[in-house]
Design a protein around this ligand. Structure first.
Ligand code: PBG
Length: 333
């Protein structure tokens, strides 16, 4: 055939392919999510093979391992004891709570590791919602923000580097920015869950923290989070959320979940000059683990291909439970 262009010319050898490769993965791209609990042991999480609930002692070892693999940021999620859960989630701003203790310990033992937090009420609420639920069963926006600001300030006081509001209340980024600044934490950044969808992919995470919405008493409790998290059918709305977060002072924007929302990552990349993070959520992780356990897919190849797809779509950072495995595979070549 008389072809002018033969794209296969640049695919002929490993070296040629590596020369024209457009995107790459490195350990510094990853943010490693870790679950912590008060227990005395490391507890495996049934729905997330390979992931654990760490107690404070074992947490240090795991974060040291991540650091040695080149990971530079971890995010902490608490499994709060049932007896500490209340309707208004006051435990979220207890200075001696699990998360503040975990943050100060990490900053003392591994000061260079960037510590990110999650700001929302669900781990602390007996109703399992990210905000306060009224007697009528409505998730209250402004009342919730008061709690979130206190939570963010306590996290900053404990040494957190990046505050991650995951609650999707309107106006929370601006309110948290102001609360942090008022307390002298103008150097602490906000990584906002900007486009967080009301997704079934969070199932295993809610099992890990025992934080799914549930009725604790007589009050009606919304079954899902669709009055505050975004409708999976909407893409333009993500741009509005991104514009608001930027105006309110977010430093990094996040899209969550990641894999089913690559188009949203791409759109936000076009719209904003801020760094963009993708959250490769628990359900995405567990699906790969389940298929790999059955020998239906090759775990290493599928994980690296998936993580690369976030970078290709335009993400700078990836929150992933595969972080240590992936960093290890990248090091080994
Ligand atoms: C809670 C929160 C959730 C996740 C991160 N923060 C769950 C939810 O919104 O119900 C999900 C993470 C994952 O599935 O990996 N605010």
């Amino acid at each position: 055939m008389d072809l002018t262009y033969r794209p296969r010319r640049l695919r002929r050898s490993t070296s040629l392919r590596s020369m024209v490769r457009e995107t790459s993965l490195k350990a510094e791209d990853f943010i490693y999510p870790l679950f912590v609990h008060e227990g005395s042991a490391v507890e495996p999480i049934g729905a997330m093979p390979g992931a654990n609930r760490w107690n404070l002692d074992s947490l240090i070892g795991e974060v040291q391992r991540a650091w040695q693999l080149g990971i530079r940021c971890v995010v902490l999620f608490p499994k709060v004891q049932e007896k500490l859960k209340t309707e208004n989630g006051e435990e979220c701003f207890n200075e001696n709570g699990l998360i503040p203790r975990a943050i100060s310990l990490l900053k003392k033992e591994i000061p260079e590791m960037t510590v990110m937090t999650d700001v929302a009420l669900d781990p602390y609420s007996c109703d399992g919602h990210d905000g306060i639920v009224s007697a009528e069963g409505v998730v209250l926006n402004d009342e919730t923000i008061t709690q979130l600001c206190r939570q963010a300030v306590v996290q900053a006081q404990s040494g957190a580097d990046l505050i991650g509001p995951s609650d999707m209340m309107d106006g929370r980024v601006g309110a948290i920015r102001e609360a942090l600044d008022d307390e002298g934490f103008e150097h602490v950044g906000i990584i906002s869950y900007t486009a967080k969808y009301s997704s079934a992919y969070y199932g295993p995470f809610r099992e890990a923290l025992d934080s799914a919405p549930r009725a604790a008493g007589v009050k009606p409790i919304p079954k899902d989070k669709s009055t505050y998290q975004m409708d999976p059918a909407n893409a333009r709305e993500a741009i509005t959320e991104a514009q608001l977060d930027e105006q309110e002072g977010a430093d990094i924007l996040m899209v969550k979940p990641g894999l089913a929302y690559l188009d949203i990552i791409y759109r936000l990349r076009e719209e904003s000059a801020l760094p963009i993070a993708a959250y490769n959520v628990s359900g995405e992780y567990s699906m790969v683990k389940a298929a790999a356990e059955r020998g239906w897919v090759d775990e290493r190849s599928v994980v690296l291909e998936t993580l690369l797809s976030f970078k290709r779509a335009g993400a700078d950072l990836i929150l992933t439970y595969h972080a240590c495995d992936a960093a290890h595979w990248l090091l080994k070549g």
